[in-house]
Design a protein around this ligand. Sequence first.
Ligand code: G3I
Length: 374
Amino acid sequence: MKCTRRNIVKAGLLGSAFVALPAVARALPGLATKFRDQFYVGTAVSARSLNAPSGAFAATVAHQFNALTAENAMKPALLQPQMGEWRWQDADAIVKFAEQHKMLMHGHTLVWHSQTPDWFFQNKQGEPADKATLYRRQEEYINAVVGRYKGRVHSWDVVNEAEDEGKGWRKSHWYNICGPEFMERAFRLAHAADPKAHLCYNDYNMHLPQKREFLVKLFKDYIKRGVPIHGVGLQGHVGLDYPSLDELEKTIVAMADLGLKVHITELDVDVLPAPWQLASADISTKFEYDKSLNPYVDGLPDAVNEQLSARYVELFKLFIKHQQHIGRVTFWGVGDGDSWKNNFPVPGRTNYPLLFDRNLKPKPAYNALMALKL
Ligand code: G3I
């Protein structure tokens, strides 16, 4: 699939701007050029990294990727830390960068249980807000954010992580105060604020059968009732040996069968020993530091680097197999040094989850993907 306007519309990645690859990527192949007929290849950034004085980070991003997500800058706690106190600077800078480099801008995230300030869910007395108050805030927030970037942000994670590991609805403030309707209401509000935006639900561990079944049932009902959901983001916080490709594929197929565009979002591969039974991306999960959990402080052994390359290759082969259903594959960061995985779920470790090293040099896993036969 070529990055023509017709194909972008066909792929469900709606937006008014014509999206071409950055000139530099055409001159020298990078990830975006390599997979230009398959899907967009994105990354997540901070405004601070884009503005880093050496310019190396910004140049790598512009060269290698054709889709952009703000890793934190578009979350409610960052955009409106206090009631009525909006901080647009970082988000604006990231959107501007995407425009300058003709990248597809993805908005992350409008409604989430985490990184949403406490005031959002409280009344003046600091007690839980009532449903009417929270709904009013939800409407004002979505109108302000989606309205500000109307026609500039192509797609949104409207709701993030509302399902709780196969246990059904996460008992978040959103759910506890409003009931499950908070989610469909968010989609309807986002659609009203920008009718051309491509609207997604985003979550981790979507390969889990119970989670998949819960969401398939929910989305089926949404689609039947005309709730404007267009895509689903499968967060790719995976490890060298989890999840199984089979389970991941079942979710890709199940979502595609509903007519939803599938996006692989937040991709990174944890190479460190796991302190848990079931991997999670819930930031509240924490384990104490122990030396045995941090074995590669002085560099990644060749054998593990090979495992990492092989894992990325098998994942990409799966994505390529389902390319007609996949709109975008987004890495959660650029270089290993900036990855959240250095501090999650154990703080202070040295992890190697991405395609570029701590000096932004392409790793063997990058070369392996670039060598894939398409
Ligand atoms: O900005 C402050 C800084 O001022 C302070 O000095 C520093 C001290 O800890 O903290 C900084 O904030 C951190 C923020 O990232 C920006 O770097 C927060 O502590 C830290 O918790 C926050 O982590 C982010 C996390 O979401 C929060 O939930 C990660 O960077 C970000 O990668 C991660 O992304 C989430 C996705 O949005 C949703 N899916 C899961 C994924 C991983 O949790």
